[in-house]
Design a protein around this ligand. Structure first.
Ligand SMILES: *[C@@H]1O[C@H](CO)[C@@H](O)[C@H](O)[C@H]1NC(C)=O
Ligand SMILES: *[C@@H]1O[C@H](CO)[C@@H](O)[C@H](O)[C@H]1NC(C)=O
Length: 255
């Protein structure tokens, strides 16, 4: 009699083990090598031989098209009609960081762990709290020291009546450091927490690099893998199939 009872339990245990394993791999798979569902992203990442200038590190595997990579280098481009020069000309050493930020956002297939659904007219998904390597953030902040802006959140609150963003009434132009007193303030506030300042360094495999030398491969692949695994272990992502949760519940109720 006793051995007859154990068979269903054994099957249940095997089923649960299977559930746990498939949950982890499924969660990891849809966080890796993906493009977000936003305004200009390709549906899936793939090679793009002719990515322009600062976007070219993503050539081997990219979420942006050649056209997007070219537009990423322009002022008031067709991408977002964004005007970097809203408080006079932005210095070239500052602007190159905004171009690189655009390239990372548009081209990187390694931002999956930080993609979130949003209810916005112009995109269905955004990135949230991407851990940006501290040197990349620091350099961005230092190189923008001599440039001017009138706002600390560049996502909202602009005057768009001219077809591109201008400073709204009452927002006066000051040096960057007035609105962004620290590197963290810049990287985190400017795009509504798309980035967070990581305490990890470039090359650590634990933070996303905006800048990298493609000759050594794309360092962000490893970073995405690391966080995808950590997140699926923590069970923060991916719906655990109902049948799996039910079997766990039954196990607790009846054992
Ligand atoms: C990219 O495509 C858009 C829309 O088709 C077009 O208006 C724009 O001129 C293109 N840009 C380049 C650099 O080809
Ligand atoms: C930086 O990261 C390490 C490694 O995870 C962590 O233990 C440490 O608390 C962090 N330091 C700060 C200042 O946040």
């Amino acid at each position: 009699m006793a051995h007859l009872m154990t068979v269903p339990w054994l099957l249940l245990l095997i089923w649960m083990a299977h559930c746990a394993a498939s949950r982890a791999t499924r969660a990891r798979a849809d966080l890796l090598n993906v493009c977000m569902d936003a305004k200009h992203h390709k549906e899936k990442p793939g090679p793009e031989d002719n990515l322009h200038n600062q976007c070219s590190p993503w050539k081997k595997n990219s979420c942006c098209s050649t056209n997007t990579s070219q537009e990423a280098h322009k002022d008031i481009s067709y991408l977002y009609r964004f005007n970097w020069d809203h408080c006079g000309t932005m210095a070239a050493e500052c602007k190159r960081h905004f171009i690189q930020d655009t390239c990372l956002y548009e081209c990187s297939p390694n931002l999956g762990p930080w993609i979130q659904q949003v209810d916005q007219s112009w995109r269905k998904e955004r990135i949230l709290d991407v851990p940006l390597c501290k040197e990349d953030c620091q350099q961005w902040w230092e190189d923008c020291r001599t440039s001017f802006t009138c706002k600390s959140n560049w996502h909202k609150g602009w005057d768009w009546t001219s077809g591109y963003n201008q400073c709204p009434v009452g927002a006066s132009c000051h040096p960057f450091h007035f609105y962004f007193p620290t590197p963290a303030a810049l990287c985190e506030e400017i795009w509504t927490h798309s980035y967070k300042l990581s305490n990890y360094s470039r090359g650590s495999g634990r933070c996303i690099q905006m800048w990298f030398d493609p000759a050594q491969g794309n360092p962000n692949e490893e970073v995405a893998r690391f966080y995808a695994e950590a997140m699926s272990r923590a069970g923060l992502h991916g719906a655990w199939p109902l049948a799996c949760s039910l079997s766990l519940m039954l196990f607790w109720v009846f054992s």
